[in-house]
Write a protein that binds this ligand. Structure first.
Ligand code: 13P
Length: 285
């Protein structure tokens, strides 16, 4: 199996209007489901760890977890640190061999966001080939504070300043998506996506993959989005299915037996998302 450098892969993906999915994983079991789905879809994937997963297990152990599963998979699984607000956590993940890190300074001033990103990009250069993702604008939901109706929207000038001054390899942009299940379908600002895609050549990242309609995902890919993040649908499927299995007979609940039934359910939702970005069974446009 050829594991191409991730920065090269995503630059090519943007040119070819293709997209990789980063799935937020929590342990070996949802990672296994992601690996099985990627093999069925026959495409590379990214396994992304949120900071709480790294805090609980260490970036070293997360790296070993992916290393351990890779030989069983015929497609590359790239390891990414997702939404780290800490420069030090990014540096540690780079030291521990992550393929990619996201430094999220979106809640800071533009100046601070650029400075943090610059520091991580510089550090990543010492480990040739590590990809750095930055964010401009805000992905709504969870604890993200949005001060006005369009405070989330990435400014084209800010995106350009970030790319020119800090040099991240890929750019997450706030264009109306939100993390998690949303009461209303998110309204994606395609006009802004188009302006950003014209202004910079770097691959764009769309966060909040759980709630974005399939057709909007595919439209975004055509416009320069080369990485889609999907998290909530993975961990809620994991937790709900596990709960259902446990409820059948809690006194004899034995993890490997329960997970044997749960992993295929997680795999199903992961494969469904992969089919959307790969324009397979779900091609809409
Ligand atoms: P969802 O939880 O909405 O799928 O978004 C995940 C994400 O964007 C992680 O960065």
């Amino acid at each position: 199996m050829k594991k191409e450098n991730l920065i090269t892969l995503l630059n090519n993906y943007r040119k070819q209007q293709k997209c990789i999915i980063g799935f937020n994983v929590n342990d070996i079991y949802d990672l296994k489901a992601v690996a099985l789905a990627a093999d069925e879809a026959n495409c590379p994937v990214m396994a992304m760890t949120y900071p709480p997963v790294v805090e609980l297990n260490s970036s070293y152990l997360c790296r070993k977890m992916v290393d351990g599963i890779q030989p069983f998979s015929k497609n590359p699984i790239y390891l990414h640190l997702d939404h780290s607000i800490s420069v030090d956590m990014c540096k540690k993940a780079i030291d521990d061999g992550y393929d990619s890190v996201m430094i999220d300074g979106s809640q800071k001033s533009l100046k601070e966001n650029i400075a943090m990103t610059k520091e991580v990009v510089k550090y990543a250069e010492t480990a040739a080939g590590v990809m750095v993702e930055a964010e401009i604008g805000k992905i709504m939901g969870r604890n993200v504070v949005v001060k006005s109706d369009d405070d989330f929207l990435a400014s084209v000038a800010d995106v350009k300043a970030m790319v020119e001054e800090a040099g991240p390899h890929i750019m997450a942009v706030g264009i109306g998506t939100a993390h998690g299940f949303t009461p209303q379908t998110p309204k994606i600002h395609f006009d802004r996506l188009s302006e950003i895609a014209t202004a910079i050549k770097e691959p764009l990242v769309l966060h909040g993959g759980t709630g974005i309609p399939d057709i909007d995902i595919q439209k975004s890919i055509k416009m320069g989005v080369a990485k889609l993040n999907v998290g909530t649908i993975v961990h809620t499927t994991y937790m709900k299915e596990l709960y259902k299995e446990m409820a059948k007979d809690i006194d004899s609940a034995y993890p490997p037996y329960l997970l044997k039934s749960v992993i295929p359910k997680i795999k199903e939702v992961v494969l469904d998302r992969l089919n959307v970005v790969n324009f397979k069974s779900k091609a809409l446009i």
